[in-house]
Design a protein around this ligand. Structure first.
Ligand SMILES: C[S@@+](CC[C@H](N)C(=O)[O-])C[C@H]1O[C@@H](n2cnc3c(N)ncnc32)[C@H](O)[C@@H]1O
Length: 264
């Protein structure tokens, strides 16, 4: 159960680190929209034919391997993450001859300037306090003429349907406690421009989850509603959500912004 997403900022010292690894491995099966998001990003890169790519904050290496398989131009991909546990899973399950998994901090990338033809990142910047600085680091290690592709959510725009606007705001306050930069998705365009990148594509998708029990087991929706609303109101609300689920009227959505930009 995901009790505190803040643990993604320090997976190895979190209680039961494997649950954070499992959550990342399971997520595509819970949110099929990730396939669209990832294949759109891959399509953008494929047209640019990068040879060297960094997957920054690669987690369990699922996206690193997908990239290696889908892009024939790539000679070498480095999957980098701050967590040994994530990297250990990546090496055991997602190894390929042209992938190297290595430890590193996105705030201070362990690479020379102008190293990569492309840098990819996905849902990493909301776990750091200064996402603009991380994007500047990514830009530093990118070769001139190289590309970034990134996906970041805006969990302040999470929608629990059919909560009212006010109830949703109260829920979002509780839900976002664990993130360090919960709204980063909406600033991606601005941060990229401020890092000196030229933005070529900018889109927003929503990941939509329809099963209340699944989402509750991952994100503790009922507990958060209980904590964010007065007692009588939260009980009524939870009962309404249960009813909505029975009537196929429940969903939980998270917007994800994606961007393609180039270093001139
Ligand atoms: C939500 S997961 C996303 C993983 C992967 N990008 C994916 O989409 O499957 C966030 C990842 O960022 C890593 N992370 C958090 N802070 C980091 C930092 N400062 N530098 C590098 N990685 C970091 C975590 O260890 C975790 O693997």
């Amino acid at each position: 159960m995901i009790t505190n997403v803040a643990n993604y900022s320090a997976v190895d010292s979190a209680p039961n680190p494997n649950q954070w690894v499992d959550m990342m491995v399971d997520l595509p099966s819970l949110a099929p929209e990730l396939d669209y998001i990832r294949s759109t990003m891959q399509g953008w890169l494929a047209r640019r034919k990068p040879k060297s790519v960094l997957d920054a904050g690669c987690g369990p290496g699922v996206t690193t391997k997908e990239l290696a398989r889908s892009q024939v131009s790539i000679d070498k991909i480095i999957g980098m993450d701050a967590s040994d546990r994530m990297l250990s899973y990546a090496r055991d399950h997602n190894a390929m001859t042209n992938i190297e998994f290595q430890k590193g901090n996105i705030m201070e990338l362990p690479f020379e300037a102008n190293t990569f033809d492309a840098v990819r990142f996905e849902r990493v910047l909301h776990h750091v306090e200064r996402p603009q600085k991380a994007l500047s680091e990514i830009t530093r290690v990118l070769k001139p003429g190289g590309y970034i592709v990134g996906a970041e959510s805006d969990t302040y725009q999470v929608r629990v349907h059919p909560l009212s606007e006010l109830q949703n705001m109260a829920f979002n306050n509780a839900f976002n406690q664990g993130f360090r930069s919960e709204a980063v998705g909406r600033y991606l365009h601005e941060y990229a421009a401020k890092s000196g990148l030229m933005v070529l594509e900018h889109m927003c998708f929503s990941m939509i989850f329809h099963d209340l029990e699944t989402i509750d087991s991952k994100f503790e929706i009922r507990r958060l509603i209980g904590e964010s609303l007065p007692d009588n109101e939260s009980k009524t609300m939870i009962a309404e959500l249960d009813k909505a689920q029975e009537e196929h009227n429940f969903f939980f959505s998270i917007p994800v912004y994606i961007i393609l930009a180039t270093k001139q």
